[in-house]
Design a protein around this ligand. Sequence first.
Ligand SMILES: Nc1ncnc2c1ncn2[C@@H]1O[C@H](COP(=O)(O)OP(=O)(O)OP(=O)(O)O)[C@@H](O)[C@H]1O
Ligand SMILES: [Mg+2]
Length: 426
Amino acid sequence: MRSADTKTAGEEKSAISYDRMKEQIEKELFTFFEKAAPAESVQPHISFEKGTTRIAFSSQPITDKMLVDFLLLIKQHIAHVRVHGFDSGYYAFQALNANMFKTENVLDNFKVEFFGLSSSSRVEISKKGSLTQEEVNLVIELYKRANSSERQNPAIRLKALGATIVPPDNNLNWDYIAGYDEVKRKIRESIILPLKNPALYDSIARMTRKVFESNRPRAILFDGAPGVGKTTAARIIANESEISLVYVPIESIMSKWYGQSSQNLSQIFDACEDLGDAIIFLDEIDSLAGSRDQQMFEATRRVLSVLLRRLDGIDAAASTVTIGATNRKDDLDHALISRFDQTIYFPMPNAAERAAIFSNYARHLSEDECSHLGERSDNLTGRNIKDICEFTERRWARNVLVKKAEPSAPSFDFYRQTLRMWKEMK
Ligand SMILES: Nc1ncnc2c1ncn2[C@@H]1O[C@H](COP(=O)(O)OP(=O)(O)OP(=O)(O)O)[C@@H](O)[C@H]1O
Ligand SMILES: [Mg+2]
């Protein structure tokens, strides 16, 4: 037995058994493998021989920056460490005793060695006896750091998590959405102005608040029937404010990552934060619907709880704005609704708006013709009208081909007919 003062700093916390350590590391890494590990990374090799615990794993090529990261990680978990560097490409970090000046048995203490000599880099960890919980945590973090060069790239991480960064589309601006002046005004005031002038909003908050906190919106809910332009509006906001739009289809995340969806959602938020400014668009937020009193699946409940925390001040990223979209606000959890600073309701288009939507997709028609179609398309959404116009064009094109005529735009009558057919079909 070593005497008390030759124990490593932190060894007061009791060591955990080899089996439990192995199980913990494997469990953690299993999750990591599923999500973030590059395809070529391999499981660590864990063994206990001649009273020494050894853990070895390969690493992405070890760069100077990674070494510094490793050192910082090690320092977070171990009080005193000594660094050896022999040849270039070999570094060892050796934990010292609680009394740093006693060197007795110091080589039995927790040690991490980095071999970066050749193209294949490797990390080896060893210690006489068992690891403490703190040391196990460190091993897991070292492994993740060593095997996730991709962590650097939030776009790749987002893709692996089932989210997409929507590329900007310069053709898409507010003219694309016909009507909806009130919705556009609200969006401009509550989202676009703050996103474009963050300094102004902050300086006002500095003058008013006892304790500074941002007055910028963190989360806005878009509520409205399917096809009324919610997703399109989010894309226009991203274009206008020149901020990346990260599209997160909640429903497919939930099914794709069954059982792990809550961690994934957390990681999506983390990746967005690393991206710098970002608009997170949580689509189909209804898939989390159902009040908490009703029976709710465990996964849904956990995803919801991550979302509640992320949308709250505490865990929320400073530079991201979240937009949630729902078709059924009334069914959403009340705690969730309350996290949104504001709801913007997208109504069904009225007759004048429907006429305007027709004129967006059939600009060759006269105002009267569009009004006529607008009046006869009660209860149709922008999506329905767009579909009707596309359908008309395809029918017309077939006609042109059959008649071997010169290309032309469909006649008003064709639109009227298609609209009638559409209504009969539904
Ligand atoms: N007012 C409008 N003017 C022009 N086009 C519109 C309008 N409203 C909807 N559209 C068109 O309808 C299509 C569907 O819109 P969008 O996907 O934005 O709807 P959504 O509200 O997100 O629907 P969902 O709830 O099903 O996701 C888009 O192509 C959009 O351009
Ligand atoms: Mg949508």
